[in-house]
Design a binder for this molecule. Structure first.
Ligand SMILES: [Zn+2]
Ligand SMILES: [Zn+2]
Ligand SMILES: [Zn+2]
Length: 326
């Protein structure tokens, strides 16, 4: 196994990929939130805080393909996407501007808002000559902005953005350009996918041959009122779904520690389920193993997902046989 860093080594990332592989999550589409900027709601259920960077890393590693939908400018400081838009003098940075139709007096070159000439009865404030005819001694260059502080005139003031979330001031160039993408799982990357996800289909098939029913991602409410999810729940055919599962399986796609065993133990205590299997890829630490033994949770360790499928199937079959005997 390579020691190279990969986001796919994290359990929560593998769970997300798993859901996508199983078709429970079709795609990860970005939504643009005024306060939070770009978010990925489906991914955030699993990834919590850093969905965006994780998704980008998965894309870089080749597990996801992207389709760009649009783009958005976000705050360079906080990532928010709602701004107050202001104009700034490109010469002196003043925010104190006037806007209007301008007149340029060709005789002396002076330019000002038409309203200023009008107030003075069309006598040029600079050279004091009376304007005569449009196109002869003066022109109207169009709508422009005149800076009240330095007097400079521009058709294109600097666009300044003030973030509504954090107040950061930035120009359009300084704000961050972001792609708004939808990411899909690249199903052609079979080898890679097999390394980071597991396939329950062969297990479900083998179990049904024994007259048992298996359900993936089974949700059940505990006595506390809290809803728990098990990776796999199993019943003898005749009791299927009408009673508590006889056996539940949780799969952990990372080094398992004691807290992970405790979490499963809490779930089986709360639901009253008697037989639990904790399957781990690639391994569990000593504390986790000791706890599992103490709580009578069967632990299955497998170095990769392929081995996991095989070992888990054997463990389940073994358990079923024992239950049938007792
Ligand atoms: Zn200015
Ligand atoms: Zn003039
Ligand atoms: Zn901001």
């Amino acid at each position: 196994m390579s020691n190279e860093y990969s986001v796919t080594k994290k359990h929560e990332v593998r769970m997300l990929i798993q859901k996508m592989r199983d078709g429970m999550i079709k795609e990860l589409s970005a939504t643009v939130d005024p306060k939070l900027g770009i978010t990925y709601p489906e991914a955030e259920i699993y990834l919590k805080g850093n969905a965006q960077s994780t998704i980008e890393a998965l894309y870089q590693e080749g597990l996801l393909v992207k389709e760009q939908k649009e783009n958005v400018m976000v705050c360079r400081k906080c990532g928010g996407s709602s701004f107050r838009v202001m104009y700034r003098c490109p010469n002196c940075n003043s925010l104190n501007l006037r806007k209007g139709m301008t007149i340029q007096h060709l005789t002396c070159g002076y330019t000002e808002l038409e309203s200023v000439f009008a107030e003075r009865n069309y006598i040029c404030p600079k050279c004091k000559k009376k304007l005569r005819a449009l196109g002869v001694d003066y022109v109207k260059p169009g709508i422009q902005y005149v800076c009240n502080d330095c007097g400079s005139i521009t058709q294109h003031p600097t666009i300044l953005l003030k973030c509504w979330t954090c107040g950061e001031l930035q120009t359009l160039d300084e704000a961050k350009y972001m792609e708004v993408n939808t990411y899909l799982l690249d199903h052609t990357k079979r080898e890679l996918l097999e390394r980071v996800t597991f396939n329950l289909a062969p297990i479900v098939q083998r179990i049904s041959a024994l007259g048992w029913v298996a359900k993936k991602d089974y949700k059940i409410k505990g006595r506390s009122g809290i809803e728990h999810t098990f990776t796999l729940a199993l019943w003898p055919y005749e009791h299927a779904l009408h009673s508590l599962p006889e056996i539940v399986v949780d799969i952990h796609m990372d080094v398992a520690e004691d807290v992970h065993v405790l979490a499963l133990y809490a779930k089986i205590i709360d639901t009253g389920i008697k037989n639990a299997i904790f399957a781990v890829v690639p391994r569990a630490n000593e504390k986790a193993k000791a706890l599992a033994k103490y709580y009578e949770i069967t632990m299955v360790e497998a170095e990769n997902s392929e081995v996991l499928t095989e070992k888990l199937t054997l463990t389940i079959e073994d358990k079923i046989k024992k239950l049938l005997i007792s």
